[in-house]
Design a binder for this molecule. Structure first.
Ligand code: GUN
Length: 278
């Protein structure tokens, strides 16, 4: 059994981005918009700003109060769309309940949509002609590649069908010729389906959801979960202690998928700049 070191892989992605920016002498800006006082969002945004600094990307933080109206946020997005110094726009989710996330995402210029959440970019992912790779699934593909595992022809099972992770994850695996199954809360015989997987991706949001009886010997297991257990400790969707001995490779939480999402955001911000320079 091998533990995949997400920190190390993410570091090499960030170094690649940093070196390309330095080599080409690029001036790149990323707008990071956060609304309200969500503690987890604050931590993510701080980590994204740190990664920008490492890569040589200028981050512009816009921290708006909890009571911000949808109109005010849309106005800020429009300002960022028009600003030539801003190449990428990231609106940290979730947003307060008075703001419709979908409306906000659809207002972002698709060429600055470094999360790849806009319908135009989601559509491009479907046809395999993407401008931006969706950050978390793209980071997972990097992790799988780092193990030397060939996706082509493999049974790939994704648990979870969110727009941010599950659905685009299925598409990226499919583009590499995996045989893909996407499971969700209505899936019958979930354990049986998961046991078929050579590559199992868990994006459920429930601590300890994936147990050892759901995992085939020698599987590659990727844990996208970010949960708190009863002691308040960060943990994934996989019962790591009991599942790990069965795997060929497994990601830990923390230190697995999490750091990759941010590294891929840096890569997308560089892509955004290149797209806008064409
Ligand atoms: N909230 C949770 N994950 C993400 C992400 O990847 N991007 C943004 N903008 N918000 C998030």
């Amino acid at each position: 059994m091998n533990i995949i070191d997400g920190k190390a892989v993410s570091q090499s992605v960030k170094e690649r981005v940093r070196d390309e920016i330095a080599e080409k002498g690029l001036k790149i800006g990323l707008a990071v918009i956060i609304v309200g006082n969500n503690q987890a969002s604050r931590v993510y945004v701080n980590n994204k700003k740190k990664a920008c600094e490492f890569c040589g990307i200028t981050s512009y933080e816009y921290a708006l109060p909890e009571e911000t109206t949808e109109e005010q946020l849309l106005e800020l997005v429009e300002t960022c769309n028009a600003d030539k110094n801003i190449n990428g726009i990231l609106v940290q989710l979730p947003l307060p309940s008075q703001i419709n996330e979908k409306t906000v995402i659809e207002h972002i210029d698709p060429n600055k949509d470094v999360d790849a959440f806009h319908a135009v970019n989601v559509g491009k992912i479907m046809i395999g002609e993407y401008s931006f790779l969706p950050c978390t699934p793209a980071g997972i593909m990097e992790l799988i590649h780092s193990t030397g595992t060939e996706v082509s022809g493999k049974e790939c099972v994704v648990i979870g069908r969110s727009n941010i992770v599950g659905k685009p994850m299925g598409m990226l695996l499919l583009h590499e010729n995996g045989t893909v199954t996407i499971c969700h809360s209505k899936t019958k015989n979930l354990a049986e389906v998961c046991r078929r997987a050579d590559i199992l991706v868990a994006a459920v949001g429930k601590a300890g959801f994936v147990t050892s009886d759901m995992v085939k010997d020698g599987a590659v297991v990727i844990d996208v979960g970010m949960n708190r257990n009863a002691d308040g400790k960060l943990c994934g969707d996989v019962d790591f202690e009991n599942v790990a001995p069965k795997c060929s490779y497994i990601t830990p939480v923390p230190g697995g998928v999490g750091p990759m999402t941010i590294a891929m955001l840096m890569e997308n911000t560089l892509r955004a700049k290149m797209l806008q320079t064409l």
